[in-house]
Design a binder for this molecule. Structure first.
Ligand code: EPZ
Length: 414
């Protein structure tokens, strides 16, 4: 499948945002903590969720999808049965470590996959579970973790999102108080803590840099709606900014998008937040700016690539620095093929805005880079053909329908 996109201007209407990929994956993993049924609502049709379903099904989970509803039953699980091929496809597979260790004191996994955006080790995850008392054996790609956990104070060298999530879940049944210092503060962490507490866990400070987990004997099931996807929303908001138009984004927590809102306003784009929506109005002309991607509440690295597309047609020069991932600029090569003027130096991209990009044949190499190329195709004159669409399908649900709904000239070609 390829994407065919033509220049799109003056987008009008509304886009409804659905559940957040990077909140759903840890919450699906957290459901392994309980034998009771867990129902998750507003789950988008994205391939990372389908892969996570296969990974958990291999472990013995019974998972039914009914539209945007996931019904999960983890009554009987076998932690030794791993779907290694699937686990090496997504980063989210690493998140089964914590809940399995907590529930059955044993977990087996292979090194996770995920977008090729730099080194993606899991040393912080493994160091953390070792500190909690687990024994970690690594043989080639296979990792086995086992042991009884004891409460302690952990400190992360880097506020890793995944390591924070794994260690939160690992400590849920550990009697006493486990503390995680220098924890990640992303909204998805807060959402995981909220889900865990709804099932009966006792997690405090989630969303801040210090999280305390008080061990409980058991947790239960329930119905939960994960937070809306701030990166899906942000990607399309940047698209409206670049094309021009007036679009309302429904089911968005505007506070999750403060770094982007601040930046777009600085560039001259009109952003109006509502209680659970955001409206973008743009005349399609704007100045450049600078972003430094940092752990939350810094500018999100997942919007770095889409912002490169916007800066490519902004007035003046923009600097983009990514302090989270060591090499997350593969998309700039494709943008330059479309006439952008982007020069890389280490983890910084220097972008001189051009009058207009020119459509062409480009290839997505990762999820958010694919999002950036979709936006560039919307901004560029002439036709753009995007291959590597499987990457886009990982994290943007029903994107052709959503974008066509506001006037984007986009279609899938088989
Ligand atoms: C999560 O990845 C997200 N993925 C990423 O979204 C997101 O970009 C990232 O957090 C940062 O916000 C999911 O939630 C499934 P990290 P994660 O651990 O947990 C280094 C997307 O496009 N690190 O915070 O892997 C790591 O190399 C994806 O939706 C270690 O060195 O991110 C990176 O440089 C892409 N050792 C930095 O920390 C470790 O043990 C941030 O990684 C773990 C991480």
């Amino acid at each position: 499948m390829k994407l065919l996109i033509d220049k799109s201007r003056d987008l009008q209407g509304k886009i409804t945002i659905h559940g957040c990929k990077n909140s759903i994956l840890p919450i699906m993993a957290a459901s392994l903590l309980t034998k009771k049924e867990v129902v998750l609502l507003d789950i988008p049709h994205i391939s990372d969720v389908e892969v996570m379903i296969k990974i958990m099904t291999a472990l013995g989970s019974k998972i039914k999808r009914e539209g945007r509803v996931l019904i999960i039953n983890n009554e009987n699980i076998n932690p030794g049965k791993i779907a290694s091929a699937d686990m090496s496809k997504i980063r989210g597979s690493s998140l089964i470590l914590g809940p399995l260790l907590a529930r059955v004191k044993f977990a087996k996994m292979v090194f996770p996959g995920g977008c090729k955006i730099g080194k993606r080790p899991i040393d912080l995850h493994l160091d953390g579970v070792r500190k909690l008392g687990a024994k970690v054996d690594i043989e080639g790609e296979l990792i086995t973790v086992k042991g009884n956990l004891k409460p302690c104070t952990l400190r992360l060298d880097f506020p890793s999102v995944g390591a924070t999530e794994n260690l939160m879940m690992a400590a849920v049944f550990t009697a006493g108080y486990t503390k995680i210092e220098n924890a990640a503060r992303e909204p998805e962490i807060y959402d995981l803590g909220k889900f865990l507490n709804q099932t009966g866990a006792r997690v405090f400070g989630h969303g801040t840099d210090t999280i305390i987990i008080e061990g409980v004997k058991t947790v239960y099931g329930g119905v939960y709606t994960p937070m809306p996807d701030r990166i899906e929303a942000g990607t399309y908001m940047i698209g409206v900014a670049g094309c021009g138009g007036d679009v309302l984004f429904e089911n968005v927590n505007p506070r999750h998008l403060n770094p982007l809102t601040f930046k777009l306003r600085q560039m001259g784009i009109n952003v109006t937040p509502y209680y659970n929506a955001v409206r973008i109005k743009s005349k399609g002309s704007f100045s450049g700016s600078n972003i430094i991607c940092m752990p939350h509440p810094g500018f999100p690295t997942d919007l770095q690539a889409p912002m490169c597309s916007l800066f490519a047609i902004a007035g003046g020069e923009s600097l983009v620095t990514d302090k989270v991932f060591s090499s997350r600029f593969v998309h700039t090569k494709e943008l330059n093929k479309m006439g952008a003027n982007i020069k890389l130096s280490g983890n910084t991209a220097r972008i001189k805005g051009v009058e207009e990009l020119t459509g062409g044949e480009v290839e997505a190499a990762d999820l958010r880079g694919g999002g950036a190329l979709m936006l560039a195709g919307m901004f560029a004159s002439g036709h753009t053909v995007i291959s590597g669409v499987k990457y886009i399908n990982r994290g943007y649900g029903d994107y052709v329908e959503k974008l066509r709904g506001v006037g984007v000239k986009i279609k899938a070609a088989y």
